[in-house]
Write a protein that binds this ligand. Structure first.
Ligand code: PEP
Length: 256
């Protein structure tokens, strides 16, 4: 059965002393209700905090920690980089790959994203692979073409057993951090398209098992409508993951 997932991407926010009370607040709220128990919850802080967050959430049902990026390399003279193996060694389970901020500010190429995906899987971690079009591409009606190329170029080389470990996040760039959300119809249309690409490549059974998340100004007010779409299996949440109450309300937004 397809997994429901809510992942919180904290980006480069919160000092350590700010991060600890927020994590405890989220933990307390999760404890108080059984509602989101079956949802996989992934907290993705700056990598410096992964170990601590892992220790703090260890034993909590369906709560995982992840990283926002990893190196294309295993180890060596790559000053400032963090490897997938290191992330695993401190308790990380997921790695975001191809976030639009990394694609645009750090010029990450399809080839690099392919390597990051491979190295993440090699270490037994799950990539949260982000795709999404810019405003210009949507206005030019090229959004399907863009997303298809992103998937084709960086993850369609995987064999089925590897591919099924990938979580795909559709994040229209024009919706990230802008307060503009894709309508549920736009999200559903793209998610269904992504699932059809997977079906053509890997077959129906695998396509039906893949979790496809929506990201882009998703919050506690719009999550229920988005998560009610048949091909939307949860969210990758930026801004709203930094507010405990809102984040947990999003986790509670799946149809019961
Ligand atoms: C993100 O950065 O992945 C994201 C979805 O951000 P926001 O929710 O703030 O738009």
């Amino acid at each position: 059965m397809r997994k429901k997932i809510v992942a919180g991407n904290w980006k480069m926010n919160k000092t350590y002393s700010e991060s600890v009370p927020l994590l405890y607040e989220i933990k307390d709220l999760l404890f108080k209700s059984k509602k989101g128990e079956a949802v996989l919850k992934v907290i993705i802080p700056p990598s410096l905090y992964i170990h601590d967050f892992y220790e703090t959430t260890k034993g909590l049902k369906n709560v995982f920690v992840g990283a926002q990026n990893c190196s294309t390399e295993e180890s060596g003279a790559y000053t400032g980089e963090i490897s997938a193996g290191m992330i695993k060694s401190v308790g990380g389970n997921y790695i975001i790959i191809g976030h639009s901020e990394r694609r645009s500010y750090f010029n990450e190429t399809h080839e690099e994203l392919k390597k990051k995906t491979d190295i993440t899987l090699k270490h037994g971690l799950q990539p949260i692979f982000c795709v999404g079009e810019t405003k210009e591409k949507r206005e030019a009606n090229e959004h399907f073409k863009v997303v298809e190329a992103q998937i084709n170029d960086s993850i369609f080389h995987l064999i089925p057993d590897e591919f099924k470990k990938v979580v795909i996040a559709y994040e229209p760039v024009w919706a990230i951090g802008t307060g503009l959300t894709a309508t549920s119809a736009q999200a559903q249309e793209m998610h269904r398209f992504i699932r059809s690409l997977i079906e053509n490549k890997y077959g129906r059974v695998l396509a039906q098992e893949m979790s496809i998340l929506y990201g882009g100004s998703c919050n506690e007010k719009n999550a229920a409508e988005l998560f009610a779409c048949p091909d939307v299996d949860g969210g990758l949440i930026g801004g709203a993951s930094l507010k405990a109450k809102e984040f947990v309300e999003i986790i509670h937004s799946f149809p019961q």
